[in-house]
Design a protein around this ligand. Structure first.
Ligand SMILES: Nc1ncnc2c1ncn2[C@@H]1O[C@H](COP(=O)(O)OP(=O)(O)OP(=O)(O)O)[C@@H](O)[C@H]1O
Ligand SMILES: [Mg+2]
Length: 281
């Protein structure tokens, strides 16, 4: 079955249950999601809401209990183990909170390994790895092992590794969770800049409200269900820019400013607010 309509990622009615019987947990409950080429989508939600489970299924690291996942037009459930692993290496770049670098390998070797695993073993594998590390500001750190790198540098190596095979889709699970806010912001900006320059799509899970401003779209995950707003809230809200009253459940545009959530009738109002929030708060 082929059904992706040009979307780099498409999830259809995906569910994932962990455990059996009375101990069963429905971590993801009938989620459908489409990610366009070049789009940066932020997923937010409370701890345990299923964010990691969702990303793991999006990248073919975890099989759904039901539903279908398409990456670059390929239905993951129709691939054998070897094809799935090659698709993961070539089409998807993963960035994790814990970096997941190999401690005995240098920064350069960690990146070259990702290239080699994707069956790219010629001289270019090393040249490409050096080039991407250089773009991430690590040209002087190629021979360092992870233990001798700062947290922000480790995450930049992990980003280099995620990007080195030119994947059209990047999945990042709380990439700044282990970094202080300054290096966290720097790392995110680097990742987004590189993604935007090359038209890659990014799905990023984060609690960092500053990413709201950078993302093209923000989605909320609660109890395994996806929505464009916080579903537990039923009250009326006012767009601070145009003054329009809205039902919060109908609001698709939000921004967080100084820890406060603001709701907008349109992307236009959201942009106006972000350009000069002092006028409206
Ligand atoms: N391997 C597993 N076995 C059993 N239950 C699991 C497993 N992985 C996740 N769960 C459960 O599924 C639910 C969703 O977990 P998940 O890790 O996706 O949440 P999360 O939104 O990423 O949380 P956090 O923000 O804390 O990282 C939780 O209730 C969790 O306990
Ligand atoms: Mg998680």
């Amino acid at each position: 079955m082929k059904s992706n309509n040009g979307k780099i990622l498409k999830m259809q009615e995906v569910s994932r249950i962990f455990g059996k019987g009375t101990a069963a947990v429905k971590a993801i409950d009938g989620v459908s999601l489409g990610i366009e080429t070049g789009e940066i989508v932020l997923i937010m939600g409370p701890s345990g809401s299923g964010k990691t489970t969702l990303l793991s299924m999006a990248g073919g690291l975890l099989k759904p209990t039901s539903g279908e996942v398409f990456v670059a037009g390929k239905n993951l459930s129709e691939l054998d183990a070897r094809s799935l692993s090659q698709l993961r290496l070539r089409r998807v770049g993963f960035v994790f909170q814990a970096f997941n670098l190999l401690g005995s390998l240098t920064a350069l070797e960690n990146v070259v390994l990702a290239k080699n695993l994707a069956r790219r073993t010629d001289k270019a594998a090393e040249t490409d790895s050096k080039a991407i590390l250089d773009r991430l500001g690590l040209g002087q750190r190629l021979a360092h092992v992870p233990a001798d790198l700062s947290g922000g540098e480790k995450q930049r190596v992990a980003i280099a590794r995620a990007l080195v095979n030119d994947p059209p889709l990047i999945l990042a699970d709380e990439p700044t969770g282990n970094l202080d806010s300054h290096s966290g912001r720097e790392v995110m900006m680097l990742l987004f800049d590189l993604a935007r320059e090359e038209g890659r799509s990014v799905v990023v899970v984060s609690h960092d409200p500053r990413i709201v401003d950078i993302a093209d779209r923000v989605l909320w995950l609660e109890d395994g269900r996806l929505s464009t707003k916080r579903s537990e809230l039923e009250e009326k809200v006012r767009d601070p820019v145009c003054g329009m009253q809205m039902d919060i459940k109908d609001v698709a545009f939000t921004a967080i400013h100084h820890g406060q959530v603001y709701h907008f009738c349109s992307e236009k109002c959201r942009q106006k607010f972000l350009e000069d929030s002092g006028r409206f708060t």
